[in-house]
Design a protein around this ligand. Structure first.
Ligand code: ATP
Ligand code: MG
Length: 398
């Protein structure tokens, strides 16, 4: 591309909800920039990530290629808190250069070859620039019209050339890729996700990362009565999700023996919900140890018998920490579509031996009574048991 004569490739990022944050905005933006730097570290390029008024610009090292800038754009597209990622050109701050860059940028485009309609949209973050936005639009738009004969369409253009006048330079770009939206990971605190090998919990984890939580993952395996397959699956899922937050940890509790004692201690129909309460109590104990202040599950109301309103009540009653259930109002088809989009569905659909299958009564209780559950827990000495289970947890880092 001859563009290099006019400018250098860079990446321009548009922030999402952060712009609504008022006084906290500074904090959110700093967190976001630090997350962006972390995410880009693995590309091993000398990048310069800078906050500008309401946007973040990533400058490439001297001589960087368009492909390298593209790789940067692809990587930051996974970082929550951004709504748009533009592969832009950074050009000198004078109207004539901007005009030439605009012409150059469009030169090889298919839209130009087939005579598509276009619009130029300029913004000035630096009001000292000699031309106002609409004057710049007209200058560059006129040049494009002369050079390529394209019709202008301001309301529904097929091709948009964006120009942003900044403090030290001007950014010029055509398209963008949508970002994840949401808030920067870490800006809402820490949580612990109860992670099965199923479809729902990875999606729940993703949705909460997007609301600014940094999450750890806790998996209960049926070991020693099942194989390690479910652990590999949980690990593969966590690895897949790590690109959204970094520094992910998976904690695994060998749960088989505890399940066996539940089975021998109570009414068959209450076993599933009693087991879920024991998982939550253990999760709470682990959460305290890693300074997480909420639990996250993939429950969706009514999806299976353990997810009735009465059983959700019985689960909330088991712990003091809030249980966040981001999928509570989602349909299975919606959850599956999201799992496909974030790349976890394929892994979740692999066969495994879920620890829950050890405990599947013919008819599960849908209206569990808390008193009955507490009686089972007294017999089990659940308070002591969940501390022992938390002690036996094994850590896997990604
Ligand atoms: P998923 O697809 O996430 O497994 P599910 O539809 O199979 O969900 P359940 O099996 O009832 O539903 O589990 C509900 C929630 O309980 C899960 O989303 C998860 O958060 C938690 N959970 C269930 N089994 C385990 C496990 N073995 N380890 C950790 N958490 C679990
Ligand atoms: Mg499950």
């Amino acid at each position: 591309m001859t563009m290099s004569a006019l400018g250098e490739p860079c990446v321009l990022l548009k922030l999402g909800e952060i712009v609504l944050k008022g006084k906290n905005r500074e904090l959110f933006e700093r967190r976001l920039v630090s997350n962006i730097r972390d995410a880009l570290r693995q590309l091993d390029l000398k990048l310069d990530v800078r906050r500008r008024h309401g946007v973040v610009a990533i400058f490439m090292p001297p001589g960087a290629t368009v492909e390298q800038a593209e790789a940067v754009a692809q990587r930051v597209a996974d970082v929550p808190g951004l709504v748009w990622i533009h592969r832009a050109w950074r050009v000198a701050k004078d109207p004539d250069t901007v005009m030439k860059a605009g012409l150059e940028l469009l030169r090889d485009r298919d839209e130009v070859k087939r005579g598509a309609s276009f619009a130029v949209r300029s913004r000035r973050r630096d009001k000292r620039f000699p031309l106002r936005s609409n004057e710049l639009d007209r200058l560059v738009g006129g040049a494009i019209n002369d050079e390529y004969g394209l019709p202008v369409n301001l309301s529904r253009p097929e091709l948009t050339l964006s120009i942003e006048v900044d403090r030290d330079e001007v950014f010029v770009y055509t398209d963008g890729i949508p970002g994840q939206g949401g808030l920067p990971v870490g800006s809402s605190g820490r949580a612990l996700v109860l992670m099965s090998g199923g479809i729902d919990s990875p999606v729940a984890a993703y949705r909460m990362m997007r609301r600014g939580l940094h999450v750890d993952f806790l998996h209960f395996s049926g070991i020693p009565f099942t194989t390690s397959e479910s652990i590999y699956k949980a690990y593969a899922l966590v690895r897949k999700l790590d690109r959204f937050q970094g520094r992910s940890r998976l904690w695994v509790v060998p749960f088989g023996k505890a399940q066996q004692s539940i089975r021998t201690s109570g009414q068959d129909r209450l076993a599933v919900i009693a087991q879920r309460r024991l998982m939550l109590k253990t999760a709470e104990e682990v959460a305290h140890r890693i300074h997480a202040s909420a639990l996250v599950t993939g429950d969706a109301l009514g999806q299976v018998s353990s997810q009735t309103l009465a059983n959700i009540t019985a689960q909330d009653n088991a712990v003091d920490l809030p249980i966040l259930r981001p999928l509570v109002g989602w349909d299975k088809t919606e959850i599956m579509a999201e799992a496909r989009r974030i790349g976890t569905l394929e892994i979740s659909e692999l066969p495994d031996e879920d620890c829950c299958s050890l405990l599947a009564p013919k008819r599960a209780e849908t209206r569990a009574k808390i008193e009955d559950l507490k009686q089972i827990e007294r017999r089990l000495d659940a308070e002591e048991l969940c501390v022992q289970l938390a002690d036996s947890v094994q850590e896997y880092t990604i």
